[in-house]
Design a protein around this ligand. Structure first.
Ligand SMILES: Nc1nc2c(ncn2[C@@H]2O[C@H](COP(=O)(O)OP(=O)(O)O)[C@@H](O)[C@H]2O)c(=O)[nH]1
Ligand SMILES: [Mg+2]
Length: 399
């Protein structure tokens, strides 16, 4: 997760600037890693990779263009410096001695600074900031960060960077810090679901919902596995009575994990299945009920009504929205609408293992104002990771 995002941020802001050859080697490594992944992925993934490669190339073209501009600026600067030195020799200048700045240690962005180049501080003017943010915006959008989040980040960074005096060697760090803090403000730390279940007297009910194929059934099985590791007993409610084979899929997980599955026939009222499962848990001293539901789009009002009924009947302690990390803005839009219509307490973001971008996590956090609890990171029962906002920052190279 976040691989392509991080790489581009690094190119733009310039942190961890490297020797050109080293960069080449790393690029090759990244490419060969991508190739390896490509082999395992289905065709749709391959297409995404190709799309991404095109965007990447475009971005590099832009960078090259900008670098040419910078070079021109540098030449201009050199000429000016020469003139100043000559003037100084002639005794015309009375200002302080220019402070030597190690350009190699500075990022790509710092070279854009137009204001006082002779002093140890820089002040970013609006125009330069806009020029920079335009590039950053492209990277953010390309990596699934929603427009509303981009606007928030722009506002935050503008406030902290424009027309503020910043010590030259601190510039890169300051840019990283502002971006980091803006993102951390969005990503709220997850609540501890395990503790919440343990603390509750009686049965703890969780309803899972999201669109078809987002990973609801698989995630329920992963979560049951985690509950078992924490010595919390649970039962499954096969409340997806709509999609063919959905009950059998849940039963298979139930068999593997030795968990009871409460079911009725296909076409039965899902709320009734949920009700049965809670009754069963109460009667058998089982701590948690995990309710699997049919996938639904937020646009289908009959299915939403059905969801409302499940919620009315089961009175869940947690409503968890399952979203696919790779679907980007679609997932964000769904989360927003479900949060407004049904109300959600938290999100589990699946398929993070096949998402190189990662911006969906930031966007969902912002539009729902709800925490991401876990990331689905593969297809085995153990592939469920507790979500940690600080890890996002580390993965983006901002810490
Ligand atoms: N790579 C990967 N695949 C996943 C993950 N979670 C679910 N899947 C796969 O996504 C597909 C749909 O999952 P399913 O649980 O049936 O989705 P549902 O329709 O929402 O219940 C299955 O092939 C799962 O194995 C994940 O975290 N990573
Ligand atoms: Mg399912």
């Amino acid at each position: 997760m976040f691989n392509s995002f991080k790489e581009k941020l690094k190119n733009l802001i310039g942190f961890g600037k490297k020797e050109p050859e080293k960069q080449e080697v790393e690029k090759k490594e990244v490419k060969s890693k991508e190739k390896k992944k490509e082999v395992k992925k289905p065709k749709v993934e391959k297409k995404k990779l190709i799309d991404k490669a095109i965007v990447k190339e475009k971005f590099h073209e832009e960078i090259e263009e900008l670098e040419e501009q910078i070079e021109e600026k540098e030449i201009q600067k050199e000429i000016e410096e020469k003139e100043i030195k000559e003037e100084a020799k002639e005794g015309k200048l009375t200002s302080k001695e220019p402070v030597e700045v190690d350009e190699e240690k500075q990022g790509f962005f710092s070279k854009l600074i137009k204001l006082p180049t002779k002093l140890n501080t820089v002040r970013l003017d609006q125009e330069t900031f806009n020029e920079f943010f335009e590039k950053l915006e492209a990277i953010l959008l390309e990596n699934n960060v929603a427009l509303s989040v981009v606007d928030k980040i722009r506002e935050d960074m503008e406030k902290r960077l424009v027309n503020i005096e910043i010590k030259k060697p601190m510039l890169e760090q300051e840019i990283k810090n502002t971006l980091k803090e803006s993102i951390l403000e969005i990503l709220m730390p997850p609540f501890d679901l395990i503790e919440l279940i343990k603390k509750k007297e009686g049965v703890f009910v969780i309803v899972f919902f999201g669109i078809n194929g987002s990973g609801k059934t698989t995630t329920i099985a992963k979560l049951a596995n985690l509950l078992q590791k924490n010595k919390i007993s649970c039962v499954f409610a096969a409340a997806d009575t709509f999609r063919a084979a959905s009950i059998e899929q849940l039963e298979k997980h139930g068999n593997n994990l030795n968990i009871k599955v409460i079911k009725q026939n296909y076409g039965a009222d899902p709320a009734a299945v949920a009700f049965d499962a809670i009754k069963y848990a109460n009667a058998h001293g089982i701590k948690a009920v995990l309710i699997d539901t049919a996938g639904r789009m937020h646009t289908k009002s009959d299915l939403l009504k059905e969801m409302e009924k499940i919620i009315r009947v089961s009175k869940p302690d947690s409503k968890i929205f399952i979203a696919e990390s790779i679907t980007g803005n679609d997932a964000v839009e769904q989360a927003k609408n479900f949060n407004e219509s049904t109300g959600i307490d938290g999100v589990i973001l699946t398929k993070a293992d096949v998402d190189e971008k990662g911006g969906t996590a930031i966007s969902i956090g912002h539009v729902t104002n709800k925490p991401i609890l876990f990331l689905g990171t593969g297809q085995t029962y153990n592939d469920l990771q507790k979500f940690d906002p600080k890890e996002v920052i580390v993965n983006l190279g901002l810490d």
